[in-house]
Write a protein that binds this ligand. Sequence first.
Ligand code: NAD
Length: 487
Amino acid sequence: MTTLIYQNFIHGAFVANKSKETFPVINPATDEVMYHVEVADEYIQRQAIGSAQQGFAQWSAMTPVERSRILNKAVYLLRERNDELAKIEVLDTGKPIQEADCVDIQTGADVIEYFAGLAPTQMGAQQPVGDDFFYTRKEPLGICAGIGAWNYPLQIACWKSGPALAAGNALIFKPSEETPLGAIKLAEIFIEAGMPAGVFNVVQGAANVGQWLTTHPEIEKVSFTGEVGTGKKVMQSAASNLKEVTMELGGKSPLIVFDDADITEAVSAAMLGNFYTQGEICTNCTRVYVHKDIYQAFLTELKTRTEQNIIAGDPLDPKVNLGALISKQHQKLVLDYIEQGKNEGAKLLTGGHALTPESAPNGYFVAPTIFVDCTDDMTIVKEEIFGPVMSVLVFEDEDEVIARANDTELGLGAGVFSLNIQRAHRVIHQLKAGICWINSYGNSPAEMPVGGYQQSGIGRENGVETLNSYTQTKSVYVGMSKIESPF
Ligand code: NAD
């Protein structure tokens, strides 16, 4: 049997590395190696930069409308290939096809489409100063780097390339070494859509390839998605030549359910925000605070629906709604957190163990797990687990729950369920989080800026402000009157 090997995608084509170093990519639902990928060695790294310089020169000289047209063609191709791309995401990540089919590629395409539409609207300003005047130009930064996590590989590549390319930059993207294929497919689609070679290159590898991107002097900005600890390292390296940074990091987000909430809706939100993508979502509401008067009713419905409606198994089966975790190592990490929860006194409402579904017996599954009787100081309540593990906590009073929800160094998402509109807004305004939902959880349309407060991040993705973050302002002062000089 021949081994399938993917090379780095540079200047519109696959390019072989010199070191011959490769890494394997494993299907999390089967524990089998699917293919290998060549590491971006020094030769590839040099090629990537040289190519991006050429790509940037050509791309930034095009008009925004021309760039927009090409990006929109890519959007069309992404949607046309939805099924093929969704399957790639399922095989790489272990997530259910019923999600990838309608979320991953579509929300990626939506963001590129949104920024393609915004690109031609970017304008500078003009202002008179006496008889003289100045004007400003929004210019691209140059070569940017994107570094992605493994939970939404293609979507992350789209969310970073959409604004970066719409603003006229070139982007060198490094997907997670666990999920490298989606970004390659996006690169092929961009070329097919008519994008000049070198505008979007894909380099492959782990931390050391990421480190190279964060220290290379030709790279002007790094947009990073990953863990808080890695984000800190990236920012430190990026300081070497004062690169701009966007940091999309982890979270431990609260969901607050008041006594006047629609309980069924709140249970839906808690389940979506803990078990969708088998719990591997950065904004997940892993701390669910429920008012004492509805606590029992909430738990009864939560337990019933979790035990009856969640189907784990082969993620390619459209009926399955709980997939495999990304790796055996990550499965162990999640199971270790569960053990720690038990040891620290939390009580299991359901789950709390690995799963071996008949249709995917070798996959890295963890049962949807709900801890009750949790207290704020427990490790499972404090640390991001990034698996299907929910902690439910009781509260009595509004001020108390706000203080408890804010007792964290993170600040990515937050949710409030209440039918009292004044209370819902009042509470959400006091929560330290960048992405908030009222009577909803998890929706993230292209138009809405997303990003973290505190240690959950810096900068935003999506929304108008993100396009600006990929530009720099040049001010041009124009003298109309004679220069007054003492010399
Ligand atoms: P990770 O930090 O381990 O890795 C992320 C990426 O960084 C990978 O491509 C990795 O190869 C690279 N990398 C590792 N070390 C590096 C270094 N020293 N320099 C440069 N690059 C380096 O994160 P992960 O395990 O892939 O993803 C899970 C994390 O991502 C979770 O914490 C999750 O909350 C977070 N996340 C955040 C968002 C968001 O938008 N806020 C979205 C998705 C995931």
